[in-house]
Ligand binder design. Structure first.
Ligand code: G6P
Ligand code: MG
Length: 217
C-alpha cells in the first residue's frame, strides 16, 4: 500500500510561523495597524500578497501598488534575515521520526506549501532529501483553501487524492485538504483546527500505529 503523505512547511515542519508573524508585525506597526496573534491565524497558509491585503484591510488602509510592492519586499527581506542562521535544530519535535518512518515504509512524501522560500528552508534544516516531490508558492496559481497545491503534489506522486494525507497547521490548509477529499491532519490547537479529520498538538503526539493505520486503510 502506497499513500501520499503531504506536509505543509511553515508551522508543520519548521517553526517559521513565528518569523512570518514578527516580519508582518513590523510592517503593520509602521502603518499604525493593530495586528495581534489572533489576526495572524488568518495569514497562516495564505500567500504573501494576500497576507498584506488582509493586514491593510485590518487597518482600513488603501495603498498604491508601488507601496504594496515595497512592503512585500521589506517583509520578505526581514523574514529572510531570521532564517540566516537556521539549522537542523529548527525542525519541529517529532517530525524527523515520522519522516523516517514513512521512508522506511516506502510511502510517497511531498511538500505542499504556499511559501516561495520553501526549498532553501528544507535545505538549511537538512530535510530536503526526504521529499520525493515539492510543490510550493512558485508552482501554484490558486492559494489555499483552494486545493491546487495538494492535488498537484498527489498527481506528481501518481497517487489518488483519496489515498492522500495532509499535515497542516492552518485553517485554510485543512479546508484545502478537505476540499481535495484527502485525510486532513491538523497540527496545533483543536479550537482552531476543528475542521480537521484528526488533530494533534504536535508530531510527538502521533503514534507509529496511527501512521500504520493510515497506510493500511
Ligand atoms: C506559508 C505561511 C504563510 C506565508 C506563505 C508565503 O503558507 O503559512 O504565513 O505567508 O507561506 O510564504 P513566503 O515565504 O513565500 O512569503
Ligand atoms: Mg503552515
Amino acid at each position: 500500500n502506497k499513500k501520499a503523505f503531504i506536509f505543509d512547511l511553515d508551522g508543520v515542519i519548521v517553526d517559521t510561523a513565528k518569523y512570518h508573524f514578527l516580519a508582518w508585525q513590523k510592517i503593520a506597526q509602521s502603518l499604525n495597524i493593530n495586528f495581534t496573534h489572533e489576526d495572524n491565524e488568518l495569514l497562516k497558509g495564505v500567500s504573501r500578497v494576500r497576507s498584506l491585503d488582509i493586514i491593510l484591510g485590518l487597518g482600513n488602509v488603501q495603498a498604491s501598488q508601488e507601496d504594496k510592492d515595497k512592503w512585500l519586499i521589506q517583509k520578505n527581506e526581514d523574514y529572510l534575515s531570521y532564517l540566516v542562521d537556521m539549522d537542523e535544530s529548527e525542525v519541529l519535535p517529532g517530525v524527523l521520526k515520522i519522516l523516517k518512518l514513512l521512508k522506511e515504509k516506502n510511502q510517497g512524501i511531498a511538500l505542499g506549501s504556499a511559501s516561495k522560500n520553501a526549498r532553501p528552508i528544507l535545505e538549511k534544516t537538512g530535510v530536503l532529501s526526504y521529499f520525493d516531490v515539492i510543490v510550493d508558492g512558485n508552482d501554484v496559481t490558486n492559494a489555499k483553501p483552494d486545493p491546487e497545491v495538494f492535488l498537484k503534489a498527489a498527481q506528481l506522486l501518481h497517487i489518488d487524492p483519496k489515498n492522500s494525507i495532509v499535515f497542516e497547521d492552518s485553517v485554510a490548509g485543512i479546508q484545502a485538504a478537505n476540499i481535495a477529499e484527502m485525510v486532513s491532519v491538523g497540527i496545533g490547537e483543536e479550537t482552531i483546527l476543528h475542521e480537521a479529520d484528526h488533530i494533534f498538538k504536535d508530531f510527538t503526539q502521533i503514534e507509529t500505529s496511527f501512521i500504520n493505520d493510515l497506510i493500511s486503510q
